[in-house]
Design a protein around this ligand. Sequence first.
Ligand SMILES: O=C[C@H](O)[C@H](O)[C@H](O)COP(=O)(O)O
Length: 230
Amino acid sequence: MKSTGGSDDAKRRAGEAAADAVDAGMVIGLGTGSTTAYAIEALGEAVDNGLDIVGVPTSFGARQRAIDCGIDLRGLDEVDGIDLAIDGADQLVRETGVCLKGGGAAHSREKLVASAAAELHLVVDDTKLTDTLDQPVPLEVLPDAHTVVADAVRSLEGEPTLRAAANKDGPVVTDNGNLVCDADFGRLDDPALLAKRLSAIPGVVEHGLFVDYTTAVSVGRSDDVSTTTY
Ligand SMILES: O=C[C@H](O)[C@H](O)[C@H](O)COP(=O)(O)O
C-alpha cells in the first residue's frame, strides 16, 4: 500500500470514527488506502463481536484487507445498493467535501461504489486538508489511449504525466488493466467544470475529482478526530 504523509494515529482516529457510524445489516463500500485500512480493521473487530454487515470492496487491496479481517464480501452486482461507502482522499476541501482521489490508482471503482452508495463518509488525516485543490488529477486511461488523452489534457492547459510503477519497469497498471495519467492543472478554481471536461475525453475511464459525492468527512489528528456532515 502506498504510504502518505499523515500520522498513523491520525489515520486510525479517522478510520475508526467512520466505522462507528456503521449499523447492523448495512452494506458497506470498502474504500482503498492507508486510512480506510483502519476503518476496515475496526469493522473486522466489530464483525468478530457479532456485527452483521456485507462489504463491497473497491480494489484488490481493499478485498484482501477485508478478507483478512473476516468481513463478508459481495461484488457490486450482487447487492441491491450500498448504504454507506467509507473511503480516503488525497486532498480535500473541508468546506465543500470536494476532493481528489486516485493516489493508489483505485478511483474508478471507488467512484462507482460511491455513486451506488446512499452516503460517502471520507476519512483523512489533517495533512490532506486544503483551501483549494492543487494536486494533479489522476485519470485512469485505456492503454491505447494514453497519447490521445495526454494531448487532450494539454489542450485543457494541463501537464500530463504517465504514472510510473515503483517496483516494475514501465507504467502503473490499475486493477482494471488500464494506465494512469496524472494531469497537473495547478490550482483548480472550478473543479466541477474541470470534472465535466475530463469526463468528456474519450479514453478516460474515470478521473479522481469527486464533486457532489461526499456526505461526511472525519478528519483525524494525532490527539483527536472531528466529523463534518454535508
Ligand atoms: O486510489 C486510492 C484512493 O483514492 C485512496 O483512497 C487515496 O489515495 C487516499 O489514500 P490514503 O488514505 O492512503 O492516503
